[in-house]
Design a protein around this ligand. Structure first.
Ligand SMILES: Nc1ncnc2c1ncn2[C@@H]1O[C@H](COP(=O)(O)OP(=O)(O)OP(=O)(O)O)[C@@H](O)[C@H]1O
Ligand SMILES: [Mg+2]
Length: 437
């Protein structure tokens, strides 16, 4: 049960740090305000009003009784009450109380006044709303009624509206200040998250300046150190690879020259095939290591790029269904190399290729399918390993190194995407590339 409850709470609570922080600040304030309002309204305001109303009605009762018993000096009593109690009293003979009541049933003031007047068994009519500072009260007496105008402050001491204003104004002020502070506190975290996301996608970040509270600043600082370490590592790897490939090419050329001098043609042919293969590997590595660290991230039309890549191949066998103007932010040459490797594979191990495209909210998805014999599911992981070839007899073994897929996967991963293999409806391999936009 608790699991269900906590799941429900998790679902309805806001996901963003800013709103969570705001909730933590605002909830206690709102609860406090409501509690104070209820306590004030119920125990102070209403009780106080009741006491005042009772005193007022007692005074009215005193007036009516005195008026009734004093035969000679009725005017004097009215003056007495007007001067000392601020009652404006008139007796209206031969008139009856208005039929239409103008009391408000929801108003606590009206309610307690009504209750007190009833307890003194008066026949009455009153109106607390028509005048701003006065209350009009009519009480039946003999053949007419008394009309009282009583200052409103005799009934209630403070205005609820004023209280509500004073209680909500500071709350709004506190929440506004909290919003400003929280925005400032969450901004560095958002900045850090964006920088990590961009770095994960392989984009270049000029300079990351950590900011915010101590812990966030530390996280930002550590992220920056890690980022620089990774870049150094990658550069070292690429430089080393390109160094090795470059250095090995010289002795390889020498070997090729010496091979020409060997008389036995059979041996010479076998050796030179191997040397060719080695040369191709070195060239591929050299090319890859060069392009990977010299490329800059840019915005480009990926469908244009794919169309250009296709032109390098036998176009008749390639069916391309990509919409025009699909913009993407990435390293153009690497993406082209990736498509190139995949199309090259398909044309090498199959006859017909189909390239399709899908787009969802956060990703660009491409499918490259062919009608060849495909790759068995248990080999899906292996083919991404460098220099791995399923079957040396397949395809044109000589021009194949086993680097194509591992390079393609490297490229896609460095853009923050992923690459997946599967079975195509055309019968062969289906490669799925997903790139975050
Ligand atoms: N479209 C495909 N259909 C069937 N098998 C494939 C396909 N693509 C790749 N393979 C298999 O996966 C292996 C690895 O492919 P990868 O592209 O990495 O190397 P390669 O094509 O042999 O060499 P390179 O691309 O470096 O010239 C290939 O040797 C091949 O056996
Ligand atoms: Mg290949």
């Amino acid at each position: 049960m608790f699991y269900g409850l906590s799941k429900f709470l998790k679902n309805i609570l806001p996901k963003q740090l800013f709103y969570r922080g705001l909730l933590i600040v605002a909830t206690p304030i709102i609860i406090l305000q409501i509690t104070i309002s209820i306590v004030f309204f119920d125990s102070l305001w209403i009780k106080n009003n009741k006491g005042m109303t009772r005193a007022l009605v007692n005074e009215i009762k005193t007036f009516v009784d005195a008026y009734k018993n004093d035969i000679n000096n009725k005017e004097y009593i009215i003056t007495l009450f007007r001067d000392h109690l601020q009652f404006d009293i008139k007796f209206k003979p031969n008139k009856i109380l208005p039929e239409k009541k103008s009391e408000r049933w929801f108003s606590p003031i009206d309610r307690s006044l009504r209750r007190e007047l009833k307890s003194k068994s008066f026949n009455f009519w009153f109106d607390t709303t028509s005048y701003k500072k006065l209350i009009e009260l009519k009480i039946e007496y003999k053949n007419g009624y008394f009309q009282f105008f009583i200052p409103r402050e005799r009934l209630t001491n403070s205005s609820v509206r004023l209280f509500a204003l004073w209680i909500t104004l500071p709350a709004v002020l506190i929440v506004t200040i909290a919003i400003i502070f929280l925005k400032n506190q969450t901004r560095p975290i958002i900045k850090l998250a964006e920088a990590s996301e961009r770095f994960g996608r392989g984009e270049q970040i000029e300079e990351f300046r950590p900011s915010g509270a101590l812990e966030i600043r530390k996280a930002g600082y550590e992220f920056d150190r890690m980022r620089k370490r990774i870049i150094r590592h990658l550069n070292q790897r690429s430089e080393m690879l390109s160094g090795i490939s470059h250095d090995l090419r010289t002795p390889l050329t020498r070997i090729k020259l010496q091979l020409a001098l060997i008389k036995d043609e059979n041996i010479s042919k076998k050796l030179s095939d191997n040397v060719d293969e080695m040369e191709k590997m070195l060239n591929e590595y050299l090319q890859f290591s060069r392009s990977s660290f010299s490329d800059k991230t840019e915005k480009f039309d990926i469908s244009d790029l794919v169309n250009k890549t296709i032109e390098n191949f036998e176009k008749n066998n390639i069916q391309c269904q990509i919409l025009e103007k699909v913009m993407f932010n990435g390293r153009k040459n690497l993406i082209q190399r990736c498509f190139n490797n995949l199309i090259d594979n398909s044309l090498k191990y199959a006859k017909k290729v189909k390239i399709t495209h899908e787009k969802n909210k956060n990703n660009l998805i491409f499918f490259i399918e062919d009608d060849g014999q495909g790759i068995p599911a248990e080999e899906y992981e292996n083919v991404f390993k460098p220099f791995y070839k399923i079957d040396k007899g397949r395809g044109d073994a000589k021009s194949s190194v086993g680097l194509g897929l591992s390079i393609a996967s490297d490229i896609i991963k460095s853009h923050g995407g992923y690459i997946e293999l599967g079975k195509s409806e055309m019968g062969g391999l289906k490669v799925k590339i997903s790139l975050p936009t």
